[in-house]
Structures are given as C-alpha cells and as structure tokens.
Design a protein around this ligand. Structure first.
Ligand code: APR
Ligand code: PHB
Length: 390
C-alpha cells in the first residue's frame, strides 16, 4: 500500500486532518486501533472555539453543527455561592463559543470521510512507525491477522496520549513537561434539561463542580473527586446531591435529577511534548499535549494543531514549499503553551487542593474577586476562553 500522508488515529485530530487534506486532493490513509463504533462511544468534551467552528466549515462538515450546536455568548464562574458572568461576546468584540459534543464532531467527520471514499483502516493492531527520520517513512500494522505495510511521504501522529507515535520518538529527541493534579473529575451524562442556559463553573468548600450540556434536553455535569474514588461508589442520587451542594442556590434548585446514561472518572493532567516534529513524523492533538478540561481546550487545541499541520502539508504538495513544515512545531507550541497556561490557571482558581494553605485559599478568593470586579480581569478570561488567534 502507498499514500502521501499516513494518519495514525481516527479521533478528532486525525479525522479533521484527513478531511482537510482530501479536499485538497492529497491522498491519505487513517490507521485506527479501535472500531468506528468504539471511537464514537467515547464521551468527551463539548465546547468549540470560534476557530474550530471555522475549521469545520473549511472541512465542509459544519452543517449539522450550525443546525444543532448551541451558540453561547457567556458562561458563569461561581465562588462560595456568589456568581459572576463572563460576557464572552461583550468582552471579545463579538466572539462566542458553540456547545456541540466531540462525539458529534467525530460522527460528522466520519460520515464525510465515508462520503468521499477515503480509506480508514479500523481495528488495526500492533501499529509500528518506521524510518520517519529518513525520506521514505512507513507504517506497518496487523489487520485480520495479516501484517501490512503502508509506504508514505509523511506520518501524522494523531493517536492521542496513549498512542504509539510519541513513544516511537527516540528518548533523547523529545522533552516532556507534566503536572498531574491531585484530583479527578467524576462526569455524568443524563437526558435532563440543563440547570442553566450557559455553563456554570462552581468552586465551593466541598470542591469544584461544572454544569454543562449537550443540548436543551441533555446535560453534562462534573464534580471534583479525590483520586482514590471509584465510580462504582457513586450512585446517581449521591452524585446529584453532591453536585447541588457545590452550586449556587438558584442553580442547585434548577438541577433536574435523572438516570445517568454515562458516568466516569477522568484524571487531570497538564502535559506537553517538545518538539512536535521528528523528520517526517508530526505529532498533533493529545499525542503531543494534554490539558485539564477546566478550560475546555483539549479538542480546540487538536483543531489548531491541525490548522497548522494541514496548511504545512498543503503548501508542501501544492506550492512545493517546506517553510510550513519547518515551522510547524514552533507555531503549534506557541499557541499550545498559552492554552496550557489558561487551563492550569482555571484549574488552580476553581479546585480544592488538599495541600493548599489558608493563605492560598485566600488567594483563590482574591483572584475570583478581582475577576468579578474588574472588566480587564474578566476580559482576560474571556479572550482565552473563546480561543486565542491561530
Ligand atoms: N494505533 C492506532 N490508533 C491509535 C493508537 C495506535 N497505537 N493508539 C491510539 N489510537 C487511536 C485512539 O483509539 C483514538 O481513536 O487514536 C485516536 C486518538 O484520538 P483522541 O485520543 O481523541 O485524540 P485527538 O484526536 O488528539 O483529540 C483530542 O480528544 O481525548 C480527547 O480530550 C481530548 O478533546 C480532546 C480530543
Ligand atoms: C463538557 O461539556 O463536557 C465540558 C464543558 C466545559 C469544560 C469541560 C467539559 O470546561
């Protein structure tokens, strides 16, 4: 087999890259470890920056997004029961975010890819990257028990944090930066109307909670839990009780309790691998970086990486220019680190840290009071939340 660009991973990063390359006539093959159904079953993030919406429009997959997505002009921060709305639209000259589940983005990209007849190899085992430091990289994998080899010009490692791509880079060629947080998020998806029409990020003595949504009839809620918690110990009743105890009274009163259709605990970490290019291998999305979900940046960073990478590969094939390829890592990392900072800062502001001293707890409150009473403070939050320019 041969293609121009081999893409490892059929998550949002891989699928979006494949769609943008295919629309420019650049041949690509996606190699995915899991089945398509499994990829679609993963419940993930749900807030799209305006830049990502534009990327999906460029990819020709934004029709359902515009029909079903919820455009939000703001969101609220709550601290010990006091609520402050961040007026995204007013503070950023009209920018907004769109609430639309990652599952839906993945579905729309999968349908589009099937529609153009591009090749995705699902349930590929034992994927191995070869010779990406030379001019003839290859990817081999086992499909239906047969090892197959795919020759290509470039490899895009879009295989997430636990993928094979980053691990294929020689240890001395990569530097990793990491912060693991001393808590996780217990998330629940339920077919009940949202407690508020915009997102509410709440910080309380008992810990952090988030009220989000997928539609007017489907809510997504999270509560901070310690790392030794087991999801089996959290009945729906216990979850909703804890959620309401952490919310401002009016929001808590508006919570509709209903059976969870998904419930899971996710750890929180900040992680960046530098650089993101190794010869003819490029890392993009979670393969190269992870953010705590507090800033809703994970999916959006995958999109901005793909903005830079797709542009670089298109320039290579269309304009015979390798300037984009040579600067991909530097340009992607400049934006990644700013999103890492914002996500780390939002996490530090809103969560209960076991090791925090009373002084540090006062700093959290003072930070909230500053934002709530300062247009400049709120604008700083707003410009990062809607997404910094690509
Ligand atoms: N070979 C092939 N595919 C692999 C391998 C492998 N060795 N390892 C992982 N994969 C696949 C996974 O099954 C997954 O479908 O790569 C894909 C990576 O997708 P994501 O983890 O969703 O990463 P990305 O596309 O970068 O999207 C980032 O997804 O995890 C969320 O919070 C994250 O919202 C962010 C977004
Ligand atoms: C979600 O809806 O899943 C969501 C929204 C905002 C976040 C994190 C998760 O910051």
């Amino acid at each position: 087999m041969r293609t121009q660009v081999a893409i490892i991973g059929a998550g949002p990063a891989g699928l979006l890259l494949g769609q943008l390359l295919s629309r420019q006539g650049i041949d690509n093959v996606i190699i995915e470890r899991k089945s398509g159904d499994y990829v679609l079953s993963r419940i993930r993030a749900g807030v799209l920056e305006q830049g990502m919406v534009q990327m999906l429009e460029e990819a020709g997959v934004a029709e359902r997004l515009h029909r079903e997505g919820l455009v939000h002009d703001g969101f609220s921060l709550a601290f010990d029961g006091r609520r402050h709305r961040i007026d995204l639209k007013g503070l950023t000259g009209g920018k907004t975010v769109t609430v639309y589940g990652q599952t839906e983005v993945t579905h729309d990209l999968m349908v589009a890819r099937e529609g153009i007849g591009a090749t995705t190899i699902y349930e590929a085992d034992d994927v191995v990257l070869h010779d990406f430091d030379g001019a003839s990289p290859r990817v081999s994998f086992v499909k239906d028990g047969v090892r197959t080899e795919l020759a290509c010009d470039f490899i895009a490692g879009c295989d997430g944090f636990h993928g094979v791509s980053r691990r294929s880079v020689p240890e001395g060629a990569i530097q990793e930066f990491e912060r693991v947080y001393p808590f996780g998020w217990l998330g629940v998806l339920a077919d009940v109307p949202p407690a508020a029409h915009e997102l509410v990020y709440a910080s309380a003595e008992r810990g952090f909670a988030l009220c989000s949504m997928r539609s007017a009839t489907r809510s997504r809620y999270y509560v901070q839990v310690s790392l030794d918690e087991e999801v089996e110990d959290w009945s729906d009743e216990r979850f909703f009780d804890e959620l309401r105890r952490r919310l401002p009274e009016d929001v808590a009163a508006a919570v509709t309790v209903g059976p969870s259709i998904e419930k899971s605990i996710a750890p929180l970490r900040s992680f960046v691998a530098e650089p993101m290019r190794f010869g003819r291998l490029f890392l993009a999305g979670d393969a190269a970086h992870i953010v705590p979900p507090t800033g809703a940046k994970g999916l959006n960073l995958a999109a901005s990486d793909i903005h830079y990478l797709s542009q670089s590969l298109i320039e290579h094939y269309r304009d015979r220019s390798d300037t984009g390829i040579a600067t991909y890592s530097q340009r992607a990392l400049a934006r990644i680190w700013k999103a890492e900072r914002f996500s780390w800062w939002m996490t530090g502001l809103l969560h209960k840290f076991p090791a925090n001293t009373p002084f540090e707890q006062r700093m959290q409150r003072a930070e909230f009071d500053h934002i709530a009473n300062s247009t400049v403070g709120s604008a700083g939050v707003a410009e990062n939340y809607v997404g910094l320019p690509y």
